[in-house]
Design a protein around this ligand. Structure first.
Ligand SMILES: Nc1ncnc2c1ncn2[C@@H]1O[C@H](COP(=O)(O)OP(=O)(O)OP(=O)(O)O)[C@@H](O)[C@H]1O
Length: 781
């Protein structure tokens, strides 16, 4: 049996007494609303509508006609280009309105529930936001579970069927018994029996609790259950009236035919010249009676054994009755004019019986009436909302504990990989030696003491073979050929007069720094310079070996004067050590980069997912402020970041022997400052992008320029001057230099190379936040 086929017999004593519409307060009032997205066509066009308190208003229209946009502007999530919206006489978002907040129950089109939560946890989350006590939340959950035939409370949302998820979403909107319910297609995917049940329940709420319901649907037949219908097309209202009057005015038996006719004529109700219906103001003046809707709404009697709805309703009533709680005296305050004292009968039962059943939630309702503003974080309300947000963040992490573990460890793993792969000393490099002094390398013996012959053997023996694997050649040509074939990285040619030249250079001090003859010994070093790092390593190793050789020789011969070249050649380092590796240069920047981009990724992905799944809007409409959401996220993120930073530092210090010469506390503070900057950038990305893939592209797109230009992997000073001037002001350049100064030079906060790192992090955070505010404002429009 369809909704239109339901009997239209008046209910007699069961019917609601006539209540004039104009006696009711305007719950929702939209006046001359215009809306378009970007440069697209008008989504709302001079739309005017009014929803009276304690009534059900159904917006009926084809897909894409603007229903969701209208609801979104009513709940304050979308800004109109032109026109006004008022709820209970106030603009949404103002203190006086109380919306977003507890007054409203919003069910968006998407499921908008956390998949990793159980039903009980979802209800608890929204219940705590609305300031409900845990036993009241549980009571409500039990009731809604039975009424909406929900699965058990410990079932995870992600494991429910689509229909079950929608019912949980609907139950969530009903949970705190709001004054106004805004439901975007709540009955999609819901079976016909439950659909009727839902409509019956909405009627009960309107009648017994004066709840206002604004509902959108594609199902024309179910709209007949409303007190008033707005027929919408192309962003305009074609007609707005009670179902009965619409049918009567157009002389049809089905609303479908009325809608069809209106679409054919397509003259909007708001057009001044419209002949179809009076102006909206006039429309509102119609004497609409609840009776109209009653007569068209489902009329199921207990005596109709064929009716499933009757059985369903029995269930509902049974649940109501089962509660068996005495109605508090002030409940009548909640009942609309003309209905409060009426002993209205529904399905042969006294309507007050139903009303009584809601009594335990009177406490909740009373709180609603107090409804302090939710726009600022103040008092108990703020405490509750923050508690709910932390509970949600904690649960999200707990449910993904393996992922969280991964997130904690990932920066440390990345840092370890960086240190293991980059910046270390190249090892086991094949390297040639042509020793003309000795000829056959087998005849090369090392000699102890102050021996002044065949000194090349003593020198070669000091070359560390873990770095250079020496290959001996009989002549230069053979070594050169192997180098050409890439078998060796180069070769060292030791002249036949090596020992003499060492003595000579040592005696003749004027000649001692002739580097073109390799430390004055007339050795020749030929290198494959295609790898600068390896070439540098070979030179460095040979230089150190020769230095070592000279020192030993000096000591053995008891003279510092004659053979003392290396001492003055490589002076004591000012900062760093003589065997510093490139890793020490890179480590500080790498730590900052990893924490920065982890922060970007975690923040961006968290908010885009919440936004995409509709949870963010739902939470905001429940009255949680953006500031509270951001604060809760930031605190959670700081905990994660602190763990990540500690692990990274432990890995760097204990596994790779990176030394922090300055204050470890300052290093951690700078890392957190960079993480904060990354968080702000993540927020900006989440506002800018609607899809995760775009966010990933944006994050990756900025990762490499940042890594390359910030002096993380290569000295900033090597860049062209113009690029350097640009790169200087990137978020990580100065921070990287500051971190390096803390690590390797031990400088404090007040050093002119350190504090700018903090200042730039702060400045960029503010820039990103500014971007977030501007973009969020633009997006709302
Ligand atoms: N954020 C947006 N940016 C651009 N266009 C949008 C946006 N949101 C909605 N639209 C467009 O506005 C029009 C109305 O969309 P809306 O979601 O309000 O329709 P609807 O009546 O609720 O449709 P449905 O019944 O299918 O949900 C559509 O053409 C849609 O593509």
């Amino acid at each position: 049996m369809s909704f239109n086929e339901l009997p239209e017999t008046p209910r007699g004593s069961e019917s609601v007494p006539n209540v004039r519409m104009e006696d009711r307060q305007d719950a929702v009032s939209v006046k001359h609303a215009y809306k378009s997205y970007g440069k697209g066509e008008q989504v709302l066009s001079n739309l005017t509508m009014t929803v009276k308190e304690g009534t059900i208003y159904t917006l009926l229209g084809s897909s894409g006609c603007g229903k969701t946009t209208l609801l979104s502007s009513i709940v304050g999530m979308t800004e109109l280009d032109k026109g006004e919206v008022e709820i209970f006489g106030h603009k949404p978002g103002t203190k006086a309105c109380g919306i977003p907040g507890k007054k409203i129950g919003y069910m968006p089109q998407e499921i908008a529930l956390y998949g990793e939560f159980t039903i009980r946890e979802v209800m608890s989350y929204f219940g705590v936001i609305h300031g409900m006590d845990s036993d009241v939340i549980e009571d409500r959950r039990v009731f809604l579970t039975r009424f909406l035939n929900l699965p058990k409370g410990n079932r995870y949302i992600r494991n429910l069927s689509g229909g079950q998820q929608r019912r949980v979403s609907f139950a969530t909107a009903l949970l705190h018994e709001p004054r106004i319910l805004i439901l975007d297609e709540p009955t999609v995917g819901v079976d016909p029996l439950l659909r009727r049940n839902i409509w019956q329940h909405l009627l009960n709420l309107a009648e017994t609790r004066n709840t206002t319901v604004l509902i959108t649907t594609h199902y024309i037949e179910e709209a007949a259950g409303a007190h008033r219908i707005g027929l919408m097309r192309n962003g305009r209202l074609l007609a707005e009236d009670s179902p009965r009057r619409l049918l009567h005015n157009y002389g049809f038996e089905k609303l479908e035919d009325v809608f069809f006719k209106l679409c054919q004529e397509d003259k909007p109700v708001n057009d001044d010249n419209s002949e179809l219906s009076p102006s909206p103001e006039k429309n509102i003046q119609h004497d609409i009676h609840l009776e109209d809707a009653e007569n068209l709404a489902f009329e199921v009697s207990d005596s109709d054994p064929s009716s499933n709805l009757a059985n369903n309703d029995k269930n509902v009533v049974a649940i109501y009755n089962e509660r068996n709680i005495v109605k508090p005296n002030n409940i009548n305050d909640e009942i609309p004019n003309g209905t409060s004292n009426n002993n209205k009968m529904i399905n042969g039962k006294n309507a007050n019986t139903k009303r009584d059943s809601w009594a335990p939630f009177q406490a909740v309702v009373t709180k609603h009436e107090e409804d302090e503003t939710t726009l600022r974080c103040r008092g108990v309300g703020c405490y509750n909302r923050m508690r709910a947000l932390f509970m949600k963040n904690f649960l999200c992490m707990w449910r993904n504990i393996s992922f969280v573990f991964f997130v904690f460890c990932l920066p440390a793993i990345q840092a370890a990989l960086f240190c293991a792969a980059i910046g270390g000393q190249p090892r086991s490099l094949p390297f040639g030696v042509v020793n003309y002094e000795v000829g056959n390398p087998i005849g090369c013996y090392t000699t102890a003491g102050c021996s002044l012959t065949n000194m090349s053997c003593n020198f070669l023996q000091l070359i560390p073979n873990e770095t250079l694997k020496l290959h001996y050649f009989n002549n230069e040509k053979m070594a050169h050929d192997d180098a050409l074939q890439g078998k060796i990285w180069g070769y060292l040619l030791i002249p036949s007069n090596f020992s003499e030249s060492v003595i000579q250079t040592g005696v003749n001090k004027a000649d001692k720094y002739r580097e073109d003859s390799f430390l004055g010994t007339h050795m020749k070093l030929a290198l494959d310079l295609t790898s600068q790092q390896i070439a540098y390593t070979v030179q460095h190793v040979l230089s150190l070996a020769f230095q070592n050789f000279n020192q030993r020789l000096s000591r053995a011969c008891g003279s510092n004067d004659t053979i003392d070249l290396p001492k003055s050649l490589i002076a004591e380092p000012i900062y760093g050590s003589i065997d510093s590796t490139f890793r020490e240069f890179m480590a500080p920047g790498i730590i900052l980069s990893i924490i920065f981009f982890m922060s970007v990724a975690l923040t961006g992905s968290a908010f885009i997912t919440e936004k995409k799944e509709g949870m963010l809007n739902r939470t905001l409409i429940s009255g949680v402020s953006t500031g509270e959401i951001i604060t809760a996220h930031m605190i959670t993120q700081y905990i994660v970041m602190a763990g990540q930073t500690l692990l990274v530092l432990l890995v760097m210090i204990f596994m790779f022997e990176v030394e922090i010469k300055g204050s470890t506390f300052l290093a951690i503070a700078l890392t957190l400052a960079q993480g904060t900057c990354g968080m702000a950038y993540g927020f900006l990305i989440s506002v800018f992008c609607t899809e995760e893939r775009n966010a990933i592209q944006m994050a990756l797109g900025s990762f490499y320029p940042n890594l390359l230009l910030s002096g993380v992997v290569w000295p900033f000073e090597s860049m062209p001057v113009i690029l350097r001037q640009i790169a200087m002001f990137l978020p990580q350049t100065m921070a990287c230099e500051a971190m390096r100064s803390i690590f390797s030079r031990g400088w404090g906060f007040m050093h002119p190379k350190v504090w700018p790192g903090f200042a730039v992090s702060l400045a960029w955070s503010l820039v990103f936040w500014g971007g977030v505010l501007i973009l969020a404002r633009y997006r709302k429009k």
